[in-house]
Design a binder for this molecule. Structure first.
Ligand code: DHE
Length: 521
């Protein structure tokens, strides 16, 4: 009896709070419906504006989100709400959009197909560039995150050719077609855009996911593969017009699904390779017209006893069991060894020919940012070097013995490392902490830091890429009032500064399409 009385008292005392919070929930849903749904989709999946889900907002602190709603976002369609909404309403909207959805949204083949846009038919576009440059392969694309634009740069004259609007929040390296004429961009919201550099026009777009990690273009230029966090899928597109070809629900034998950490193309193998974040497997997907025997997927359809030559299923998957979930990976230049890092900050090496882990405990102390590793020759041996997101050092690992030969101490954790075969130097940034304005230059011959540049004191200096010949290094000042700074890669002297709006990555057509040593692939 006593318990019942206490329980009833509890219910009585709590009732107003329950009512308040229920009506609060309705209020905030109404606020969202009235003010946000038209641009961000009634289910927060994104439309003209980005998706408003915790998975998509990881990069935006709640304080910054409050500021965006209050004051709007410069150079976007996002208006200021400070005259329409009170402080508390804005704060509750922020809490709302950082709350996970009750049900996982569906984004399957039907939704993907329905999002497909053809902007310009490729057959209507000329194959002659509408501008003049000496070397079409020495052009760069620079992603400017500040106002979601991309600048096309002449790598000989080191001058901009054109600037165009991108989707909201591009992430990861854009990927070129093998001839360098087309480029494919991925936004965090899942939009994949094909752009014709010669005609300075969009060709086609499609939304392949709700929260996308990255995309890869096949070495033959025929396909694009998209890796998603939400839903748990890989999506294969026809590179000509971005039409979807195949949807892979990413799951293991027991039906457990997984986010995809990243996908890359492995040119000599004619495959895409994807790392999974929630299942200890790597997936290799063949895009050869005649997929090789031994690949899972079509092997089941083939019955050697029947004597029939059953046509293999296209784009089959080969699953390789790994020791731990992989958050990132990169390849050696031959695309046989895959070096992966897990969330426990442990590395492993997978021999892709053997299809198994050959080094289970590679020393990778502070988790590298994906695609940040570079390989180069050090005293006749191939080494890999990578900065770490959690530690101020660069690990240098011998790729024969897989032992760490040096840890180069830096002024803080770094995001990106770059070099070029024609330069003795590797550049690594210090992305976090009080020294975020520093850029270290390491001599690849001695593995020592020979210079630390501070091109814009107080502003983040990050991400370097080289011209085709390796003579110039281009560096970003990662700030709305930022710049692209061009250095003579031999003397380390500044050559010129081009103002830009939070420039992030820059991508040289030659280095990327040739999968050059020292750059991201
Ligand atoms: Fe990146 C590349 C993952 C945070 C800027 N980043 C990549 C790639 C992956 C990845 C998988 C390779 C894709 C490719 O090129 O095909 N990034 C991750 C993360 O897991 C992490 C740590 C957390 C996250 O939010 O996803 C992360 N990345 C960031 C940033 O905060 C950066 C600095 C700013 C931003 O754009 O959000 C950032 N990532 C970049 C850039 C590249 C990149 C500029 C391409 C580098 C290149 O030279 O190729």
């Amino acid at each position: 009896m006593q318990y019942i009385r206490v329980f009833l008292q509890f219910v009585f005392l709590c009732a107003p709070f329950v009512l308040v919070s229920a009506s609060h929930a309705q209020d905030v849903e109404k606020l969202y419906k009235d003010h946000c749904a038209v641009c961000h989709n009634p289910y927060r999946l994104g439309a003209m504006g980005p998706a408003l889900l915790p998975e998509n907002l990881k990069r935006l602190r709640k304080k910054a989100a409050i500021d965006v709603i209050t004051n709007g976002r410069i150079a976007t369609q996002m208006p200021a709400f400070k005259d329409k909404l009170g402080k508390q309403e804005i704060e509750s909207l922020v809490e709302f959009v950082y709350t996970p959805l009750k049900q996982t949204p569906v984004w399957g083949m039907d939704e993907i197909r329905a999002s497909h846009i053809i902007h310009n038919k490729e057959s209507d576009l000329s194959d002659k560039p509408v501008f003049e440059v000496n070397d079409l392969l020495n052009m760069f694309l620079v992603v400017e995150l500040g106002d979601h634009h991309v600048t096309l740069l002449d790598g000989d004259k080191l001058e901009p050719i054109h600037r165009f609007k991108s989707r909201f929040a591009l992430h990861g390296g854009p990927k070129y077609s093998p001839d360098g004429r087309f480029v494919y961009f991925a936004s965090r919201d899942g939009w994949i855009s094909k752009y014709d550099i010669y005609n300075l026009k969009l060709v086609a777009e499609i939304r392949a996911g709700i929260n996308t990690r990255n995309q890869a273009v096949s070495a033959d230029g025929r396909y694009v593969m998209v890796a998603n966090y939400l839903p748990h899928s890989l999506v294969l597109l026809d590179a000509r017009d971005m039409r979807p070809i195949k949807y892979y629900e990413v799951k293991d034998g027991s039906g457990k699904t997984s986010r995809v950490s990243a996908v890359y193309t492995a040119p000599p193998r004619n495959t895409f390779v994807a790392a999974l974040k929630d299942i200890p497997e790597l997936w290799e997907i063949s895009y050869e017209d005649n997929p090789p025997i031994g690949f899972d997927g079509w092997v089941h359809d083939y019955n050697p006893d029947s004597g029939e030559n059953v046509k293999p299923e296209p784009f089959p998957v080969r699953r390789i069991t790994v020791k731990d979930y992989l958050d990132d990976f990169f390849f050696d230049q031959e695309y046989v060894s895959l070096i992966g890092a897990s969330r426990e900050a442990k590395g492993q090496v997978v021999d892709m020919d053997l299809g198994r882990v050959i080094v289970p405990d590679l020393e990778l102390p502070g988790m590298p940012h994906l695609g940040s590793g570079i390989t180069f020759d050090y005293k006749g041996r191939t080494v890999l070097a990578t900065p770490n997101l959690k530690k101020g050092d660069v690990s240098v690992i011998d790729m024969e013995t897989w032992k760490t030969i040096k840890r180069i101490e830096t002024l803080g954790p770094g995001f990106f490392m770059r070099s070029h075969k024609n330069t003795p130097y590797a550049w690594v940034d210090v992305f976090f902490g009080p020294n975020k304005d520093a850029m270290h230059v390491i001599d690849k011959r001695t593995l020592e830091i020979v210079k630390t540049l501070r091109p814009a004191p107080g502003k983040t200096a990050a991400h370097v890429e080289f011209t085709r010949d390796g003579k110039y290094a281009l560096l970003s000042i990662w700030d709305p009032d930022g710049a692209l700074i061009i250095y003579d890669a031999a003397t380390l002297k500044e050559v010129k500064r081009l103002p830009m709006n939070k420039p992030s990555g820059k991508y040289n057509v030659y280095n990327k399409t040739r999968y050059a040593e020292g750059t991201s692939h």
